[in-house]
Design a protein around this ligand. Structure first.
Ligand SMILES: O=C(O)CCC(=O)C(=O)O
Ligand SMILES: [Fe+2]
Length: 388
């Protein structure tokens, strides 16, 4: 899955790496005054596929760019589909079949899809807000693991603690007590962490050892739902305690995955990864290759700030296609597309490019300002998959 994307000399040279560097956020160093706010380096976005404007030109003029088709499907929005994946050889574009039908010889050209589908604006603003709330409050709760588990063990109620300006501080272990619900953290001497008010900490030294919940929230990079993934072994660990994927999420994923499922079969949604991106964060090129059957679809939804997504080919040498992902877009990667490198080199957190105005309006109630505060400069991705 992730992790193998260190910027070694070799990876610098691949077409995928070059595209990542093209879109990645860099700041201009040579601002004359050091007091001047550092400026993001301008990036050429002219080659980025924009499915929102493709949908507009389909709605208004019935036009579609070459290489992209629209699927008849019971989803109430158009489902776009790439006719071939990046890097695919031309002679494989169409498979020519000879059919013997009642003595008549027919020549049929079958265009197989690349297994990559894009539904722009699939989620309403209300649905987006629902999944943003869930991603920040319920999804990072134990038994679901997060990137913070490795250091702190399971953390409860991070979002509330951040809202209440709490700090996470080390607590002396009571004799015999251990981490209650983290089977990997079996070391009884491991420090235990607890949220408290900063002023309640007894000494300056304790204060310096504590971490504000708001910092931990900003550093939340992933949480996992359903079957838990053990990153150290790079495998699903079915013996770890886990919660079921919420029904509503399964229902949504099944509906989106339907065009890529054999007739009568239903996708079993067993695991999901929630990725959290702050300004400057990226997800390096990778394959999701830890599942038993790679051809099974992955359903992936975008929330919050706009991003650039790269879809490469089966080799990092294949030049990837870049496309915008906006809040409410859903992507389906199935069949061949499951074997393609992909990643997110850039999210846009500036007011103009983030395109989060509908979320701002929806989260305008006083009680929701904490969600708005987060999502204005963040992106969340939820991707759901069958493991076995
Ligand atoms: O953030 C995204 O849109 C992609 C996430 C992804 O590829 C993954 O988690 O495997
Ligand atoms: Fe992925």
């Amino acid at each position: 899955m992730y992790g193998s994307d260190s910027a070694t000399d070799e990876s610098e040279r691949t077409a995928f790496r070059k595209a990542e560097k093209k879109y990645k956020l860099y700041y201009d160093q040579n601002t004359k005054s050091s007091k001047k706010k550092k400026q993001p380096r301008p990036v050429d976005l002219s080659e980025v596929i924009d499915f929102k404007s493709i949908k507009e030109s389909l709605d208004q003029r019935g036009e579609l760019p070459t290489g992209i088709s629209v699927l008849q499907h019971d989803f109430d929005r158009p489902v776009f589909c790439l006719e071939k994946r990046p890097g695919r050889f031309n002679f494989l574009d169409g498979i020519v079949m000879l059919c013997l039908n009642n003595v008549e010889l027919k020549l049929v050209v079958v265009f197989s899809s690349a297994g990559f589908y894009f539904i722009p604006g699939a989620l309403s603003t209300e649905e987006q807000c629902h999944w943003i709330r869930e991603s920040l409050t319920n999804f990072p709760q134990p038994h679901n693991r997060t990137n913070h588990n490795a250091v702190y063990g399971p953390i409860h109620d991070l979002f509330t603690a951040a809202k209440e300006k709490m700090v996470l501080a080390e607590e002396n272990l009571q004799a015999g007590s251990g981490h209650e619900d983290d089977s990997l953290a079996s070391d009884m001497n491991a420090p235990k962490w607890k949220f408290c008010e900063e002023d309640s900490l007894p000494s300056k030294r304790n204060k310096s050892k504590s971490t504000p919940a708001s910092v931990l929230l900003r550093k939340l990079r992933w949480s996992t739902l359903g079957l838990q993934f053990d990153w150290s072994k790079r495998a699903y660990n079915i013996s770890l305690p886990h919660n079921k994927i919420p029904h509503a999420l399964c229902r949504l994923a099944r509906k989106v995955a339907a065009p890529e499922m054999p007739f009568g079969e239903e996708l079993q949604l067993e695991a999901a990864i929630v990725n959290y991106f702050g300004p400057g964060d990226m997800l390096g090129g990778h394959l999701d290759d830890m599942e038993a059957d790679w051809s099974r679809p992955i359903v992936s939804m975008s929330l919050g700030c706009k991003a650039v997504f790269l879809l490469g080919g089966k080799s990092r040498e294949d030049p990837p296609l870049a496309m915008f992902l906006r809040s409410g877009d859903i992507v389906l990667m199935a069949g061949e597309a499951r074997e393609c490198f992909h990643g997110v080199p850039r999210i846009f957190t500036d007011e103009e490019s983030a395109e989060v105005t509908p979320l701002e309006l929806q989260f305008s109630h006083e009680d929701d300002l904490c969600f708005l505060d987060y999502i204005k400069t963040s992106r969340i991705n939820i991707n759901i998959r069958q493991v076995f």
